[in-house]
Design a protein around this ligand. Sequence first.
Ligand code: NAP
Length: 355
Amino acid sequence: MSRSLLVRAPLKAVTSRSVPFYKKSCLSSSTPLSLSKHHSFQTKSPVNRLEHLQKQFSTTSANMSESNNNFLLSEVFNVKGKVALITGGGSGIGLMATQALAVNGAKVYIVGRTEEKLDNVVKSHGQNIAGEIIPIVADVTQKSEIARLVKEIESREKCLCILINNAGIVGNTQQTEAKTAEEMKKNLFDDESSTFEDWTNTYRTNVPQLFFMTTAFLPLLQKASDTHHGYSGTVINISSISGIVQSSQHHFGYNASKAAAIHLTKLLASEIAENGLKIRVNSIAPGVFPSEMTASESGSDQKSHIEKDKYAKVPARRPGKDQDMAGAVLFTAANQYLNGQTVAVDGGYILHAGA
Ligand SMILES: NC(=O)c1ccc[n+]([C@@H]2O[C@H](COP(=O)([O-])OP(=O)(O)OC[C@H]3O[C@@H](n4cnc5c(N)ncnc54)[C@H](OP(=O)(O)O)[C@@H]3O)[C@@H](O)[C@H]2O)c1
């Protein structure tokens, strides 16, 4: 396992660039069959058929009013051609975010400390997609590594459109339930796993890392606004409902760090806006999603699994799915009017746990 910063050559990506995403999605099973009626559709070869349908749909969208055009999924959630960097993109929520962007045409750099995980992601999910997934090994809790990451992206790209600060760790857990003050002290103070080091390690990865990654990438993020007309570079911090709920969930340090990440999101968004920069900073606060953090492991495709009934108390009665996170990531990345906010995607977890 290499912990040094190492940039891997991008695997060959992109297979279907010739067909615009929205036109491809129009070719789904919902395509009206009547289209084939007036044209000798049945006699065409598969390639001709595809071209024929593409023509049909470009005529349809060309005929649509400009106002209606603005409502197409391909306009509202357009991430095609955008450059993204996702820390912790090798598993769990970071991987979901990676797929959401890369499948829809973005070039996504994934960063983590374990080369093998990143390679597995490229192998399993980086082929035959509209975008690209490119692995970079780095530890984002070191300023020097962050500076090298910036240099690397700078040397390859004109700008960075989307930065997702997702890497995070949970730290040790303690029993919080106690019948007496003595017992509570024993659990939370005397317990050997309850240390200042555990708090500061957790904090280092979950809070200042967001600050240093964001501030280091400001010039490249600002260039996204200059490069893509009508688009502002964006930072998405992956915080947690743990920073919102009143329960410590047996890890005080983690929950306090996630509350700090939520407030840091607001501070950064505000100071950046005050300085007149066109960069939006938001946070997504997930509920429970399958990941190496929550399931303790992942398969050879880097995907994790948690049993549905383990979270029966959550109003949704299940953990979050890939698509639940994908929707939140695409919304937060694409919505130009969202700034300084935390979007909770939790199946109602906060409703159940109380804030
Ligand atoms: N899953 C959930 O239910 C849930 C809920 C709320 C919030 N979250 C948050 O979601 C984020 C992602 O967590 P996850 O649940 O998806 O867990 P995960 O599968 O463990 O993902 C965390 C990723 O971060 C990477 N990472 C950790 N420290 C790093 C460092 N110093 N430098 C570079 N990469 C680092 C890890 O890879 P390496 O170890 O190889 O570096 C790993 O791929 C975290 O911020 C977490 O707090 C998760």
